[in-house]
Design a protein around this ligand. Structure first.
Ligand code: C2E
Ligand code: CA
Ligand code: CA
Length: 595
């Protein structure tokens, strides 16, 4: 064995070699052999190297630890035995320690000669050899098992225990990795977050039990992993909610392929304990680029888009936009307030006169719903779709029918005679099983003749299920109720159905009336509807008449009735009564419908 003194080592590491007080025989000047024995017994790494890393001295324990023969180590550089990717780091540390004379610490992986690599916690300190030549002492402690345990622990903390895919913590970490730390809040590379849940999962869970639900989630995870690309990430947030992190995706075009693959994969039947189960998925997509820095903000955006995908009929994806957020936000607020408004009686009906254009006399009214919100002005174009979405339209629609019929009876009693009242019927309400009953009840409660009620139905409502519509129309027509097709010309009606349905009137949509003076195309449509109505024996009613010129043109082409601001806006019952009693509105006596 090469003889050498450990003075330099002791000088650089004084505390590690202090002799024990309980053993007075141990002299303060520990012999080189004792020091060497202590180093060997530690089982750790103990090397002396030069500033370039060439190994000058090595204990046998070091050779064993690194699984190289000591002779080999003594002819090598420490940089040859550290793992390749950490070579530069170690080289920098040696150089820094040599130049500034202070100890350095680092955890590095050594590649290992005859065995697996090992992780060592290193301490590199400056020292002096017995010839006075400067060198570096490298001590290392084996922490391989610790590193393995730590990695296992970290892996588990990022994994969903049920499905084995990532969890929310993983998603959060990955999103943070994508986002630059420069404080600008922008992602340094493009990515998108797709939040998805399974349509109908609750039913599987409730009817088949949680074991089936869990098995389904596991199978879904497998399919998702099969559908994504290598750099994408799948994580389960909880329940049936999964999130996908799509690498490099910055536009809807870039996302379409993969999202359609996922929708398709989820739609295929699942086989669970002999049962075949079908579910679909709704996905919301949000892009990471731009200002959504936080994972929670991005997921919120994706969540809004997913909500929209569900509202549009599920089994599809929707993309987040600030406009969507604004609309949903408003919709949500309106929805919340609407229930309270019904209880507070904030909904009421206004009535717009329907007029004989040649005489200017009022023959009928259209009931138009108003929401007297204490602070906001919310028009029917906004609140009706919300009420259709949350189902309140059935309640509101039934109320409108009752209220309009009762108003007609009240005006009869006051000597204000109106031929009929026209009430709008939403497609949702028309398709609801309780609709016919609500009409019957409104008529019976008010005591007015059913022939004085006209229901305005859109083409869309009639064509959703033409056979069912036909049945319903016939049933109500038998009571005496009449039907007008509202917004005619904007939908797609089949003429053969139009002929079969027991209809009484066509209402020419306002957009055509508005445009007809300037657009030959709109004018052609108005004339075509007028001749179609004549042909089918239906009364033509033009809505949205605002000018004398429009009125004139319609009269010349045989339009029987008109309605619009040229004559009157929709009026509250009190305004209507006042105008009728003061002669501002002239009431006609002629009947519109012949039979
Ligand atoms: P709609 O059935 O086409 O009703 C005509 C709309 O045009 C009304 O808007 C009316 O105020 C407006 N209007 C009438 N004349 C003119 C005019 O000369 N110029 C212009 N610019 N507009 C005119 P409103 O009251 O805002 O109602 C909008 C829509 O909301 C209605 O369109 C109807 O689809 C729906 N709606 C209103 N009340 C009810 C209801 O009680 N039930 C259902 N289901 N829908 C309703
Ligand atoms: Ca209408
Ligand atoms: Ca209309």
């Amino acid at each position: 064995m090469t003889s050498f003194t450990f003075d330099a080592v002791l000088a650089s590491e004084p505390t590690e070699f202090v002799p024990s007080d309980r053993n007075p025989n141990v002299a303060a000047d520990v012999s080189a052999q004792d020091a060497w024995a202590l180093l060997e017994a530690s089982g750790g790494l103990a090397l002396r190297v030069d500033a370039s890393g060439n190994i000058l001295l090595a204990t046998l324990a070091s050779a064993q630890l690194l699984a190289y023969p000591r002779e080999y180590l003594l002819k090598s550089s420490i940089l040859d035995v550290v793992s390749v990717e950490q070579r530069e780091l170690l080289s920098d540390l040696l150089r820094a320690c040599d130049s500034d004379g202070s100890s350095k610490r680092a955890r590095l992986r050594f590649s290992g000669g005859l065995s697996e690599g090992r992780w060592l916690d290193l301490r590199i300190s400056p020292g002096t050899g017995h010839e006075g030549a400067p060198h570096l002492c490298v001590f290392g402690y084996d922490v391989t098992q610790w590193v393995i345990n730590e990695k296992k622990f970290i892996d588990e903390s990022f994994r969903d225990p049920l499905t084995g895919v990532g969890n929310r913590a993983l998603m959060r970490k990955r999103i943070a990795e994508y986002c630059s730390e420069d404080g600008t809040g922008t992602a340094s590379s493009s990515f998108a977050v797709a939040l998805m849940d399974l349509d109908g999962f609750k039913k599987v869970n409730d009817s088949l039990g949680h074991e089936f639900g869990d098995a389904l989630l596991k199978q879904v995870s497998v399919r998702l992993q099969g559908a994504i690309r290598p750099k994408d990430v799948v994580a389960r947030l909880g329940g049936d909610e999964f999130v996908l992190l799509l690498d490099g995706v910055a536009s809807e075009t870039a996302a379409t392929g993969i999202l359609e693959r996922i929708i398709h994969a989820c739609r295929q039947p699942f086989h669970l304990a002999g049962c075949q189960i079908r579910v679909t998925t709704s996905i919301g997509l949000a892009f990471g680029a731009g200002s959504h820095r936080l994972e929670s903000q991005l997921l919120k955006c994706a969540d809004l888009a997913m909500y929209e995908a569900k509202a549009r009929g599920k089994n599809r994806y929707c993309v987040y936009s600030p406009e969507l957020e604004h609309r949903l936000d408003r919709q949500f607020r309106i929805e919340q307030e609407m229930f309270q408004a019904v209880q507070n009686g904030e909904f009421l009906l206004h009535y717009q006169p329907i007029v004989w254009p040649d005489s200017g006399k009022v023959c009928a009214v259209e009931a138009l719903m108003r929401w007297e919100h204490p602070t906001l002005s919310i028009t029917p174009d906004v609140f009706i779709p919300v009420a259709e979405h949350n189902g309140l339209i059935n309640h509101l629609g039934a109320w409108a029918l009752r209220c309009a019929c009762a108003q007609l009876a009240a005006w009869d009693a006051q000597g204000i005679h109106i031929d009929y009242v026209s009430v709008n019927v939403s497609p949702v309400q028309f398709l609801h099983p309780g609709f016919a009953d609500s009409v019957r009840k409104a008529i019976a409660d008010s005591g007015v003749s059913a022939s004085r009620l006209v229901l305005e139905i859109t083409e869309g409502a009639l064509m959703t299920d033409p056979e069912a519509a036909q049945e319903l129309l016939v049933e109500l027509r038998a009571l005496g109720v009449r039907f007008a097709v509202d917004d005619f010309g904007t939908g797609y009606s089949s003429l053969s159905y139009l002929r079969q349905f027991p209809l009484s009137a066509l209402k020419i949509d306002r957009s055509f009336v508005t445009d007809m003076m300037n657009s030959p195309h709109a004018k052609t449509i108005v004339f075509a509807v007028l001749s179609l109505a004549r042909e089918l024996g239906l009364v033509a009613i033009a809505e949205g008449v605002e000018t004398q010129a429009q009125n004139q043109l319609l009269v010349e082409h045989g339009c029987e009735l008109v309605q619009g601001w040229y004559y009157s806006k929709a009026l509250s019952p009190a305004q209507f009564e006042h105008q009728a009693q003061t002669g501002q509105l002239l009431l006609g006596t002629a009947q519109v419908f012949s039979q």
